[in-house]
Design a binder for this molecule. Structure first.
Ligand code: NAD
Ligand code: MG
Length: 362
């Protein structure tokens, strides 16, 4: 089973593209048919390059392949580091016919994608995501960009890739905390759109934590199906795509409170989903038993189940007030109408929100 090559498509008319998922694809899968010209620029970082650069180059037989190596870390998702990609492209005389390739996690993917959106007013790019989070989330959907000192992901563009190549084997080298953080986003898809998948996850979450290839391939495939559907229905996040933010309003507050980098995004989202479930239950949308199922699954994924010590209800309220989803100062939250069915609402009762925060803070 684990040798199976799975393929799905993100349907966006003439911007449609395939996602390939399999064990051991890096080095064995010919991507040159997705490269229109003769030049390829692989963008990666100093952690990923020693592990996978050589096998990524082997995916482009017959092409001129150059590489740009970025420093590793969210703190380098900035203008200065982005400029290194343009330096490399110009130094190696890459033309408008070049194809950029992102090899790495979401940071590399967002930056290489944004560079592709800008270079010579836009060139094609290919995603080869190597973290679980990037395989199930950031490599699909075409959101690209960098951070500004005053805000995360504030500078960017929509730019869809030509193809996404997901090698589940690359996850074998991923630190366990990064694996669990990725599983949080996987669980999110089950919660918002796919009850069967949620039940499957309850059975197999241990196999995901243990990096069993067949479980990983199945989870990644089903997650990409959910993300691809949401993207196809709402490419530029006008509406439906907002439900992908389940747990993220509480989660962003946690990330900001803890200081970026001390909690991983997925860890904060895990706790945020438990809090969103609690509020959904208080609102009478799901049962307390549903809530317990969600909490158990998130804990089984190796994720934290409560906010950082010392974080108060006031901290949450202040930090959530600046969420991007809010309209005219109204707090908007993604809640669960049922398991497998999410809704964006500004109708949650302030008393129930206060009760939820009181239960989780201290
Ligand atoms: P990351 O890119 O920082 O990767 C995490 C760490 O794992 C890094 O140190 C990286 O070098 C390392 N790494 C990557 N692959 C590895 C491998 N196979 N083996 C060992 N180590 C490996 O973090 P991430 O979680 O992948 O992505 C987070 C970023 O993605 C954030 O900047 C976030 O804003 C962005 N994001 C974008 C979207 C989108 O739609 N564009 C969606 C979600 C998140
Ligand atoms: Mg997220």
């Amino acid at each position: 089973m684990s040798n199976l090559l799975r393929e799905l498509s993100v349907d966006l008319g003439e911007r449609s593209y395939p996602i390939f998922i399999g064990q051991g694809l890096l080095g064995n899968f010919d991507l040159s048919r997705f490269v229109a010209g003769s030049q390829v620029m692989i963008v990666t970082n100093e952690t990923v390059a020693p592990l996978y650069l050589e096998s990524a180059i082997a995916c482009f037989p017959g092409k001129q392949v150059d590489t740009v190596l970025l420093p590793d870390g969210e703190s380098f998702k900035d203008w200065q580091t982005l400029n290194r990609i343009f330096d490399g492209l110009l130094e190696h005389r890459h033309t408008r016919k070049t194809t950029l390739v992102a090899l790495g996690g979401g940071v590399v993917g967002d930056m290489a994608g944004f560079a592709a959106a800008c270079y010579q007013r836009g060139v094609p790019f290919i995603q080869i995501p190597t973290t679980l989070l990037s395989q199930v989330d950031s490599s699909v959907g075409g959101k690209t960009g960098i951070n500004h000192p005053l805000g995360k992901n504030m500078i960017g563009a929509f730019h869809q890739p030509q193809a996404v190549l997901i090698d589940t084997r690359s996850l074998q080298t991923l630190p366990p905390r990064e694996v669990s953080a990725g599983i949080a986003e996987v669980i999110k898809y089950g919660l918002i759109r796919d009850l069967d998948f949620l039940a499957w996850l309850e059975e197999r979450v241990g196999d995901l934590v243990a990096l069993k290839p067949d479980a990983l391939a199945e989870a990644i495939y089903r997650s990409c199906v959910c993300k691809a559907e949401a993207v196809a229905l709402d490419e530029r996040e006008g509406g439906l795509r907002a439900i992908l933010n389940l747990g993220h309003t509480f989660g962003h507050a946690i990330e900001t409170f803890a200081g970026y980098g001390s909690w991983l995004h997925g860890e904060a989202v895990g706790t945020g989903m438990i809090m969103a479930a609690e509020l959904s239950a208080l609102e009478g949308m799901i049962s307390q038993a549903d809530c317990q199922r969600i909490t158990r699954l998130i804990l089984d994924a190796g994720l934290p189940g409560k906010p950082p010590t010392g974080m108060t209800a006031d901290d949450f309220m202040n930090l959530m007030a600046v969420d991007k989803k809010n309209i005219d100062g109204q707090l908007r939250l993604v809640l669960l109408r049922a398991l497998g069915d999410a809704v964006v609402t500004s109708e949650a009762s302030p008393d129930n929100l206060a009760l939820t925060l009181a239960r989780f803070c201290g």
